[in-house]
Design a protein around this ligand. Structure first.
Ligand code: GDP
Ligand code: MG
Length: 423
């Protein structure tokens, strides 16, 4: 059985928390795109962990975790992340972590380039996490990137690094007027952080193909949400990778396989980190209250997230992009403080009411049409059955389910593993 767990919105829907919960029934969890710009929070009996690169199944010793070819990996960050988890009592061995030999390495000059470009853009900046993600994906498609497998071929690695660095420094010095990166320093960096990872690097496609033959359950864990997908998201305020479910098998290393199940993670309200059009956005005290109630500060960066009411237009589009077969509605408990719950039911674009998610300038021009549903005015974080929820909370779930036209099968009412209602 192949399952994708993906974000329906702008990211930070609670994917990490759902993967941690659902990985109980999984043999293998794969990350298939993105890099350490992700921040997946998992809270369990060992404590609270924020995962940037590692799949969220890493906290279960019986689950094998795969970092697929679709990822971009900052190896210094990965070594640090593994070290922090080990200090927290998590065991990480080559038996239960496999890194694709085809994943590309995010280099220090990519991080520098990301920062230099955001500085150059000033007020027009993209709101990058400045982790080098866009530059390294650019390099990948220009075919000027080093791959994890190169670390196992020291002579080829040196040659490739030399060629790529010569090219990259033309941009670093010529375009940005910054200091060039030294070959010796980059090689030392690759050796320092690459050597501890050597035993983990393999052909994840071969591994996964064999696992499928043995009838294993495999889960693909997305980073970010549908609206950040490079093709279908709010371009250019997207990420640089494919965040959609269908890319899961490709980015993990088994491109010929389809999915059996797509679980979309959808937040009970809207949040968005960084720049770009965000039609549902609230401002002032209303926003501050929701941000506080939901603890909406970036897991990877600490940045305050922009917040708003649930957005039917964007979420319905997200459900379609992901091909979701079912949904988990997360962070319902956060809305308990509200008397009236705002929901964006349609957009107004240049005087016309629209229900289909617009793109480009139409999206920038869109104004939200908001309706209010009655709140439930009581803490629901202890509820474990749908019937336990107050009537108005039940109505809110049913309303959303109908609005986005996809069954809600989980409702999460807290960050802890067991704070969940299964329908
Ligand atoms: P991800 O990037 O999709 O994995 O989500 P993040 O981890 O960035 O953000 C979700 C945040 O909400 C984390 O701090 C979680 O611990 C927390 N969280 C997840 N589910 C719930 C929930 O149902 N209720 C509350 N109150 N917090 C939750
Ligand atoms: Mg996150």
């Amino acid at each position: 059985m192949l399952t994708s767990v993906v974000g329906i919105n702008w990211g930070d829907e609670g994917k990490g928390r759902m993967v941690d919960l659902l990985s109980e029934q999984q043999d293998i969890v794969c990350r298939y795109q993105g890099g350490n710009n992700a921040g997946h929070t998992v809270v369990n009996h060992l404590g609270k962990f924020i995962l940037n690169l590692l799949p969220s199944g890493i906290l279960r010793p019986e689950v094998v975790n795969v970092m697929g070819n679709g990822m971009v990996i900052d190896i210094a960050h990965l070594c640090g992340e593994i070290g922090r988890l080990r200090e927290g009592g998590v065991t990480i061995t080559p038996e239960h972590l496999k890194i694709s030999d085809k994943a590309v390495i995010c280099m220090p000059y990519n991080v520098a380039q990301d920062c230099l470009e955001e500085e150059r853009l000033k007020d027009a900046k993209y709101g990058s996490t400045r982790r080098g993600i866009a530059p390294i994906y650019g390099d990948k498609y220009l075919k000027k990137a080093l791959r994890m497998g190169d670390l196992k071929q020291p002579e080829a690695l040196k040659k490739n690094l030399k060629n790529i660095l010569e090219w990259k420094n033309l941009t670093i010095t010529g375009v940005y007027g910054a200091k060039p990166f030294a070959y010796d320093e980059m090689l030392a960096w690759l050796e320092k952080y690459g050597t501890p990872l050597l035993d983990y690097i393999c052909d994840t496609g071969v591994y996964l193909e064999e696992a499928i033959g043995q009838g294993k359950n495999i889960m693909f864990e997305a980073q970010l949400g549908a609206l950040r997908d490079i093709d279908f998201g709010i371009y250019p305020y997207t990420s640089s990778s494919s965040t959609i479910a269908a890319y899961g098998p490709i980015g993990a290393g088994i491109p010929g396989h389809g999915l059996d199940r797509v679980l979309g993670i959808m937040k009970a309200y809207s949040t968005c980190v960084g720049e770009g059009p965000f039609t549902a956005e609230m401002f002032g005290d209303e926003a501050e209250e929701l941000r506080k109630a939901g603890g909406e500060y970036g897991a990877a960066t600490g940045r305050p997230r922009r917040v708003g009411g649930f957005d039917v237009v964007a979420s319905k589009y997200g459900v379609w992009v992901q091909g979701a077969t079912e949904l988990a509605l997360t962070k319902m408990d956060v809305l308990s403080y509200l008397d009236k719950i705002p929901v964006v039911v349609s957009y107004d674009v240049n005087g016309k009411t629209v229900h289909a998610f617009p793109m480009g300038q139409d999206l920038t021009d869109a104004k939200p049409n908001v309706e209010y549903l009655d709140g439930w005015g009581t803490d629901i974080s202890g509820c474990r059955k749908f019937e336990d929820l107050p009537e108005n909370a039940q109505k809110y779930v049913k309303y959303i389910e109908q609005a986005v036209n996809c069954p809600i099968t989980y409702i999460s009412v807290g960050a802890e593993r067991e704070q969940i209602i299964v329908l």
